[in-house]
Design a protein around this ligand. Structure first.
Ligand code: ADP
Ligand code: MG
Length: 924
């Protein structure tokens, strides 16, 4: 038994009092001063994982890639075969390229690391005798705190009170069946089995508890394990895998081409082997897409950062890509599509209907209507209903200093407290007068909750509220004009008609019911024996509260965007059929022909039927979160890529199953956030749509810079082909060092700029990308090689002959050395650099005119272009460098020639895009 095992056992076996005494704490918790002192002593409650990989290792990794090794070897051969300057230059380029890749990776990591810090976890801790929201990192040993279903357990703790607690300890034990925990000590079997201890890193799936922290941070069991194990390395995303494969394939092809060139150089041009090797190397380097992977990673990371600004926190880079492929969003209604700002605007009882604000309203104990004033206390049904709604309530509404009401709890319940306050009802006094003895918390399966109260010395009362169907089913009597009588079919029809009347307006109803039972001699035993079944039966139906929850204003645009983008939205709600449909139609989610499937129907449906139904317009109402799993998995069987929202513990399986699980950042439980791939910091549906748009943009941007990078390969290869096919008659128009310059130098920054391009208008007017679609598709290859590449090749070859013609060619043979040759190759390099300037601009859009897109709107591209020109000028004019790169100063006429190059390339492409747009218009 280790020391920590012993300590654990001591805490588990001791009484509540002894535990608190050992920890120098009390049931009321610590004072702020004590907590502050302990925080300095024990440090923040944080897990620091074992370092994954040393920075040095990550850094060195960039120097042992296939291409890096090729360059090391080539440099070495160059040094050994009498061209040491060339060797050194190749090595230098290799080192610069490695550093640049490292920098990109580092930036990407920084961008994603900072995200999770944006989402603190809070715990309800007693400090200075009051329950407060405390950042979980600030919890210290001895802190007393409350836990409820869905909370992550922040520290190792000993339970002081517990009501039907189930803990998910799978993070520690791997055991996915929840463990029951209770205050009475039972050592249990195996590790972490003590009945009254809960552990950091696990979560509470059901029940409520009060606990005292016994260990925090790295002193927790989870911390101990984390310090030993390495952080799980994330598996590569499909995109990264595709890129890896692509890079390998292209590299192999490049090496094949290199080999062919090597042989050709020896046999056609009679080069010595070493020289032929360096020559072939140029081709290999030209074709290997070396900077691709880090550039893609950085581009994804920047996408993640932009999403965060739009209230969508993505947990890892893989999701960015999946978001772009999303075809269906399953969305909750309350709080996601609507504002979750509930206002009770009607109260219906069998006898009278009360309208709050508008024609009549409840205020200061009076209901005013049509000039007449009823004191609500006179109306015993309404009085009773408001009392029950206030007692059966876990939410408090308090005025802060500024007088604005602050809600601690859920909006639905807050609306009930507020309506009671409007009626001049003293909620606090009512709660004090009828102490709560027991509770059966709300769950989304049962769709109701109930509480047991001490009504008076001889009577207990059971207060219940919940969805109409699930509450009315438990009622046998009804309150009508102050009397209680058996429920009749007539009553049921009247209730149903009232509910219908409001539901078709998109209003949400909540039924309220109660029962009084005589207190038994042994009241404690009587209360103890009460179960959900025995308590929630034989109730008296009091009435309905009708609440409005207006749609979020941004939702209309977001839904329209999804329709244009062929993304289907399926509302999945616990609310009633009529309310759900009314809202869906109102916000433009579905037509009024949409099929509404209830949870019960869903359970009964065969998979084939469901698969078929999911192809049409469909809404799910009165479903429990557990049932979302079936919806999500069936959609996936239909080949859909599914994003699904959720906030509760029971949403976790569906969140995990979905391609993109989306948890609510504000109202969501820790468990849901943990299971999700993306967290909305504003709980807003519109943020999912922004994230999808961003996901599509990132993918499009990657294709843009891929096209851009590939384009320069053509003009680089073209001169070498000329050289070989003329059997050396045409001297090599471009040297190896120059090819390296373009590939590892001038192309890099504009590519980065393309990676950060804004969304092209119309990106949400296309159907989702197919999962099977390849990044490097025909379109990319054609544009890069056959279109942009060909234009650039012609221009660069033109530049070569332009210099030679000036020098008197064809009467004078083509220069193979000396200043004319240097000037010719410099100009070829320049021609490629300047062609790429136009290409960088051209690649920014697929069909939209770059002029309209905003030619100066991407600063990074222009920074990259300036850098390109500066680097070129540096190579052409710096004395020592000239020899290495076979460059020389060029004339004013040459510069003019270079600056003219981008203009026709840019204009031709604008014309092509114009024609494509025109054709698309005539087709539609
Ligand atoms: P939604 O999908 O709209 O979020 P919920 O699962 O939150 O639906 O709620 C489903 C139904 O349960 C609601 O329509 C309401 O009738 C009932 N309900 C919601 N909150 C409570 C509560 N605090 N107490 C009792 N019943 C509730
Ligand atoms: Mg809900």
């Amino acid at each position: 038994m280790t020391a920590s095992d012993q300590k654990r056992e001591r805490f588990a076996a001791a009484s509540n009092e002894d535990v608190l005494e050992t920890l120098h704490s009390r049931v009321e918790g610590l004072s702020s001063a004590e907590a502050t002192a302990r925080l300095t002593q024990y440090g923040p409650n944080r897990i620091t994982r074992a370092k994954q990989q040393s920075q040095l290792k990550i850094f060195l990794k960039n120097f042992i890639s296939l291409m890096a090794i090729l360059l090391w070897v080539s440099g070495l051969i160059a040094m050994l075969t009498g061209t040491p300057e060339l060797g050194i230059a190749i090595w230098l380029v290799n080192i610069i390229n490695g550093c640049f890749s490292f920098w990109q990776e580092f930036q990407a990591k920084k961008a994603t690391d900072s995200l999770m810090a944006m989402l603190p976890t809070y715990t309800q801790v007693y400090r200075d005798g009051q329950l407060q929201q405390v950042d979980a990192t600030q919890i210290v040993p001895g802190d007393v705190f409350e836990l409820q279903a869905g909370n992550a357990i922040p520290v190792d703790a000993r339970l002081l009170e517990a009501t039907s607690v189930q803990v998910d300890q799978s993070a520690l034990t791997g055991e996915s069946v929840p463990e029951s925990k209770f205050v009475k000590y039972d050592p249990g079997e195996g590790e972490f089995a003590e009945s009254n201890l809960v552990y950091a890193g696990t979560s509470i799936g059901a029940g409520t508890a009060k606990a005292v922290a016994i260990a925090t941070g790295m002193n927790t069991e989870f911390g101990q394990i984390a310090s030993l194990t390495q952080q799980q390395t994330k598996s590569a995303s499909p995109l990264q895998r595709e890129l890896n494969r692509l890079t390998k394939q292209i590299s192999l092809i490049a090496i094949g081409i290199g080999l062919a060139f090597f042989i050709a150089a020896i046999f056609f041009v009679h080069y010595p082997a070493a020289k032929a090797f360096i020559f072939a190397l140029g081709m290999i380097v030209a074709f290997i897409p070396e900077g691709l992977l880090p550039t893609v990673t950085l581009s994804l990371a920047q996408g993640v950062q932009r999403m965060a600004k739009k209230h969508a926190l993505v947990k890892d880079l893989n999701s960015v890509e999946t978001l772009g492929e999303t075809t269906v969003i399953c969305s909750d209604k309350t709080g996601t599509l609507t504002q979750n700002q509930m206002t009770v605007n009607h109260i219906w009882t069998r006898d009278k209907t009360f309208t709050i604000s508008g024609e009549g309203y409840v205020a200061n104990g009076k209901v005013k209507k049509d000039g007449q004033v009823i004191t609500y206390r006179d109306d015993s049904d309404l009085n009773k209903l408001i009392t029950v709604a206030a007692l059966n309530n876990d939410t408090t509404v308090e005025q802060d200093e500024a007088g604005t009401p602050k809600i601690l709890g859920t909006p639905t319940e807050a609306a009930l407290v507020i309506v009671a306050q409007k009626a001049g009802f003293d909620v606090a006094a009512a709660v004090a007068a009828a102490p709560r003895l027991k509770e059966f918390p709300f769950d989304s399966e049962r769709k109701r909750m109930s509480t047991v109260h001490q009504h008076d010395a001889h009577t207990l009362s059971i207060c219940a509220k919940g969805s109409l169907s699930d509450t009315l089913s438990q009622c046998t009597t009804i309150a009508d004009d102050g009397k209680i009588r058996p429920l009749t079919d007539d009553d049921r029809r009247a209730i149903d008609a009232a509910n219908r009347h409001y539901a078709v307006q998109g209003l949400r109803s909540l039924a309220v019911a109660y029962r009084e039972i005589p207190a038994a001699a042994d009241q404690a035993a009587q209360v103890d024996a009460l179960t959900i079944e025995t308590a929630e039966q034989d109730l008296t139906f009091l009435g309905l509260t009708i609440m409005a929850d207006p749609p979020r204003p941004e939702i209309y645009d977001a839904i329209e965007k999804c329709h244009h983008a062929n993304i289907k939205i399926i509302m999945v709600t616990g609310d009633s059929t009529l309310t759900a449909k009314s809202i869906a139609v109102k916000i433009g989610l579905t037509s009024d022909k949409a099929r509404v499937v209830t949870g019960t129907e869903l359970d009964a449906m065969s998979e084939a039927d469901l698969q078929e139904a999911l192809r049409g317009e469909i809404i799910f109402a009165r479903v429990a979160p557990e049932q979302k799993y079936k919806i999500v998995s069936t959609l996936q069987k239909n080949g859909e890529i599914v994003a699904s929202t959720g906030d509760g513990v029971n949403d976790a399986p569906a969140l995990k199953k979905a391609d993109i699980g989306v948890a609510m950042g504000v109202t969501g439980t820790d468990v849901a956030k943990d299971a999700a791939d993306m967290i909305l910091t504003d709980d807003n549906f519109a943020s999912i749509v922004s994230a999808i748009e961003e996901g599509r943009t990132v993918y499009a941007n990657i294709q843009k810079f891929l096209t851009y990078i590939l384009t320069s390969n053509m003009p680089e290869a073209f001169p070498s082909i000329l050289f070989l096919f003329s059997r050396g008659l045409i001297p090599l128009p471009m040297t190896v060092m120059q090819i390296l310059t373009v590939d590892l130098g001038t192309d890099m920054l504009p590519a980065l700029g393309l990676g950060a391009e804004k969304a092209e208008p119309g990106i949400m007017h296309q159907p989702p990308r197919k999962r099977t679609a390849h990044l490097m598709n025909k379109h990319v290859l054609w544009t890069a090689f056959a279109w942009y590449g060909l234009i650039a090749s012609l221009i660069s070859t033109g530049a070569y002959f332009f210099v030679n013609v000036q020098n008197g060619w064809p009467s004078v043979p083509l220069a193979a050395s000396g200043t004319v040759y240097a000037r010719a190759t410099t100009l070829v390099l320049g021609a490629i650099v300047f062609s790429q300037i136009a290409n960088a601009l051209n690649c920014r859009t697929k069909t939209v005119s770059v002029m309209r897109f905003g030619i100066f709107s991407n600063h990074r591209i222009w920074f990259g272009i300036l850098f390109e020109i500066a680097l070129f000028a540096f190579l052409a004019y710096t004395p020592g460098v000239q020899a290495l790169f076979n460059t020389t100063a060029i004339t004013a006429a040459d510069w003019l020639f270079l600056f003219i190059i981008p203009i026709p390339i840019f204009l031709i492409e604008e014309l092509r895009k114009y024609l494509v747009r025109r054709m698309a218009k005539t087709i539609n």
